[in-house]
Design a protein around this ligand. Sequence first.
Ligand code: FAD
Length: 291
Amino acid sequence: MKIVEVLKSPGVKLSLEVFPPKANADYSKIQSAIDEICALKPAFLSVTYGAGGTTSENTVKIASHVQQDLGVTSLAHLTCVGATKEQIRNKLSELKSGGIENVLALRGDIPDRENFPIPNGFSYASELVDFIKSESDFCIGCACYPEGHVECASREDDIDHLKLKVEAGAEFLTTQMFFDNNILYNFLYRLREKGVTAPVIPGIMPVTNANQLSRIGSLSGATLPRRFKALIERFGGSPAAMNQAGIAYATEQIIDLIANGINTIHVYTMNKPDVAGSIMRNLSEIIGKSL
Ligand code: FAD
């Protein structure tokens, strides 16, 4: 099913996320985690694409398995940094053969600024959206950044660039993680003011391990509210307590989003069926209900 149709269907929904194994990793172990996550019946499953296309073969393989064998709608991420138009055309054809209908069109992080963009390549995700649109009928989503993308000098410019992706054909937007819902509400307000009306799926990251934080800070630049930092300080030293507290914090964020009228939320579950399962159980009287 196309994700635009999933979004229109009634009821509160969660989408979940997995990342494919690197070439030398234990494929069967990751596949069984993915199977467990799919058994939770997410609205759709996002399958990431390794930086620079490093796990691209496995992205197609996992997304097809999820879609065709497990009957869960899959969203295959696709980055274009370092890829030629010909390579992207081939990737789109593999995705099509794998029965995939949805693509999250991303630029990806630039590994080598001196040689960017490559000849016959892409500079921005909006160009990838344009290209996919001209070649195929995938339902296309894009990334958005409530606190602004790390490379962009101003949040307003970043929204102007986001608008280009929607004008090129992006039908929905998934946000970068955030830990204060007011940041999301403020972002949505600014988007609507600029005339960006595509559905936005807020992305929530359950932080179940204090070590995740340094990576989150450097990758996303997400603001960590005082309330969240207090939780890390108090529970970060105990893995079991941190796991429970991180799941509770993410659950509370999700409940607040739903209470404020948002029906579809994306959870960055990162191959952790136990975390995904705990969140689903915490929301068992809410998910799937038309409240
Ligand atoms: P773009 O939309 O192209 O934006 C990149 C930067 O360029 C921004 O600062 C933007 O403001 C600026 N810009 C855009 N257009 C213009 C223009 N015309 N002129 C000037 N500046 C412009 N990475 C992976 O490697 N694999 C994944 O699977 C993956 N999944 C992700 C999923 C989500 C929901 C999110 C939020 C991010 C994901 N990322 C992933 C990370 C993403 O690849 C990086 O954040 C990357 O640096 C930007 O990608 P983008 O598609 O947002 O780029």
